[in-house]
Design a protein around this ligand. Sequence first.
Ligand code: ADP
Ligand code: MG
Length: 533
Amino acid sequence: MMFSIMPIENVPNEAPKKRSEIDALEQRFRLLFDSSPDAIFVEDTDGYVLDVNTEACRLHGMTRDQLVGKHVLDLVPPEARDEVSREFPRLAKGELDGVEGFSFAADRGPIPVELRTRPIEYAGKAAILLHVRDISKRRQAEEALHRSEEQLRHAQRLEAVGTLASGLAHDFNNLMTVISCYSDLLLHGLEENTRLHQDTQEIRKASNSAADLTRQLLMFSRKQIVSPVLLDLNSLLAEMESLLLRLIGEDIEVVHNHDPDLRSVRVDRGQIEQVVMNLAINARDAMPRGGRLTIITSNVVLTEAECRLDPDAQPGNFVCLSTEDTGVGMDEETLDRVLEPYFTTKELGKGTGLGLSVVYGIVKKHEGSISISSTPGRGSLFRVYLPSVESAPRQPSKEQLNLEKPRGKGERILLVEDHSEIREISERILTENNYHVESAANAADAVELFEKEADAFDLLFSDMILADTTGLDLAERLRAINPELYVLLTSGYMDDKLQLRLIEEKGYPFLSKPYANMELLRTIRRELDKRAD
Ligand code: ADP
Ligand code: MG
């Protein structure tokens, strides 16, 4: 009650009350100031810091006391100082609103920022209010967007090249069919161990290599025919040897170390070839001055404990295919990322960064796993594990197969092929091997031929892609007339997965172009012999 009788004009008693109000007000403003998501600086007109908020301290990794009194040039990266001191007068007047630049943090280095300034009066003097926004997250997002746009463009480019490649490969396969079939015929007609026989053999070999090349092209555009088969990796590697040697060049020694008792694997042949190719190409690139590539096969049992480290690995029986090189090797950082699509350390135009990601994709599809070890300067070891299968198929060698005589027994074949050279050579091969052949260039002609004496034909051998329909549709039409008719379809490429699936569903055999004479005869014989079973 004592205060109530105090006179109002009692100054000493009123002053403390006003101070606390002012303190509260200042606290409220300080709170707003410090809660700003932007860094705020108050600087004098010479650029010395008078006050900062909490975000400014965070941005520079300094306390308020450390920042106050610093000059603006101490807070930008050294290389930006000239420009900042040149532009400072305009900045101070607020003329450079929203410019982007860099702040410099002792602990983090340059940080991309956006600046806004206003001339103000502070404690009775002209000063500058500076808002600084950390835009590193935005920059990161922009860069990520830019990168993914680049990758998309890259993928589109690859897609275009793939389309081009598969079109080319298709036409090329037709030509190769003609070349290989005629050289087979020549070989057959020439006496062995003569000069002409040897020369013709060279043509045959070259056409095999050309067929390998188109297979690679089609693999690249993922349009080759896929089908898992029981396979002996050792024979696959043996068959790939000449291709590998050509690919790798002379400076690199290729050593094979195969387990003779290797178990079999159930794999898509083309895809596993691609795995080997990609690993070999990488090894080659890692040894620009030559070295040694060792290709190892072995049976491996993976235990629970061994699989614990790798989430992709499963315990069980595997065949391990390893490639070991004596090349440049990889550091930890590279090792970490090699399987990523588009990750490459090679210069533009040299690497696509797709090799190992394709390997990884294929291996995963086969329920296998991959492990990589490497030391910079000492080389790399890639291990690919593929689930193994109990029985080892003893695949008959090519020579053995060639001894068989898969000739006709006078059966009648309806041959449908729009490519005239292929039609002629196929007709000749079949006729010379005791088949009666009627041929047509399109489905309409084929139907006409067939309707005349439907029961007389044993087998339809047709190209898949005809001018007026597909080989599959033609087969269906003819089999509606005569359900006993056997069918063999062929094509240089198949990019229509649906058609492939339909062919599979119907159980029709498929012969891919280019085919060798023996392959054609063997396939047809096998189909016709099913009748006897
Ligand atoms: P690319 O070969 O097009 O670069 P890959 O996916 O095949 O793409 O390989 C990615 C990266 O992995 C390569 O750029 C390289 O840095 C590294 N790499 C792959 N294989 C080897 C190897 N045998 N030795 C050293 N580095 C390798
Ligand atoms: Mg590669």
